[in-house]
Design a protein. Structure first.
Length: 266
């Protein structure tokens, strides 16, 4: 696999390796979904399937999430087309394309076996980022950071767009860089996000789905064949907030096998 940019931190705290760090209470995990792994920190590959002008946003997202003590992301060449954005077992495919007037800015999807993430995808709709409302670096940073955050197991800290910015990309907002109202910038994670990741990954598993190129073979065949590209394929709407501006969908295949789709609408 060809690396586009290095994703490893130069220094990893010894206490994090030993699992003996102190964690501040947090509370925005995505239903306790997580990548199975046998040690911390672990490295999750982000396959880049984006136009070149989106690379800086993917790089910043990777660098920002790499401040976590329990995980790091490694940017590698993508293994799908940006339009199809097919998943790859054991990693996350990050895609940007002109998906059309679908009504959504970004989507994060995870394929689950029980509570373990087997593979994930991020889709960012370039169509809307060429409109006056969203054509800014702040909106691009926020959406990319947030959708990747979902594939790590994080939910939002706040889901009301009109609320005061919390200073994290896991917070919905109408003013991502905070410039309009003198607020905090919501283009990167904050300490609360890193604390939540430490809670999510405080325990170890007996097996790993991270980098596991065969894990997806154990998924039901239908779960591997559906494209999950349209709302009709996302399954049941299980949660919506802020007058329908966000949505979480679930397609349940039985036996603990599910696909969850996190959507931010335009």
């Amino acid at each position: 696999m060809i690396k586009l940019f290095p994703g490893r931190r130069c220094v990893i705290a010894l206490l994090a390796v030993l699992g003996s760090f102190t964690v501040v209470s947090a509370g925005h995990s995505w239903n306790d979904f997580h990548w199975a792994r046998t040690h911390n920190p672990f490295t999750l590959k982000l396959g880049v399937n984006t136009p070149s002008w989106w690379h800086p946003y993917v790089i910043k997202t990777s660098v920002d999430w790499n401040q976590s003590e329990v995980l790091e992301t490694e940017i590698v060449a993508g293994s799908t087309t940006s339009l199809a954005c097919s998943p790859t077992s054991g990693r996350v495919e990050v895609c940007v394309d002109y998906y059309g007037t679908t009504g959504w800015l970004g989507i994060a999807q995870v394929w689950l076996s029980g509570s373990h993430i087997v593979q994930g995808t991020v889709k960012v709709n370039e169509t809307y980022f060429h409109t006056p409302q969203y054509n800014s670096s702040a909106w691009r940073h926020l959406v990319m950071c947030q959708e990747v955050g979902h594939t790590l197991g994080l939910d939002h800290q706040d889901e009301a767009f009109a609320n005061v910015n919390l200073g994290t990309c896991m917070d919905y907002t109408n003013d991502p860089d905070g410039s309009a109202n003198g607020q905090l910038s919501n283009v990167s994670p904050n300490a609360h996000d890193y604390d939540q990741l430490s809670l999510i990954y405080a325990h170890l598993d007996g097996t790993t789905t991270v980098g596991n190129t065969t894990a997806a073979r154990n998924l039901p065949p239908a779960m591997r064949q559906i494209a999950f590209a349209t709302r009709a394929q996302w399954g049941k709407l299980i949660r919506t907030t802020d007058n329908g501006r966000t949505g979480v969908f679930e397609l349940d295949f039985g036996g603990g096998f599910r696909v969850h789709t996190f959507v931010v609408f335009s």
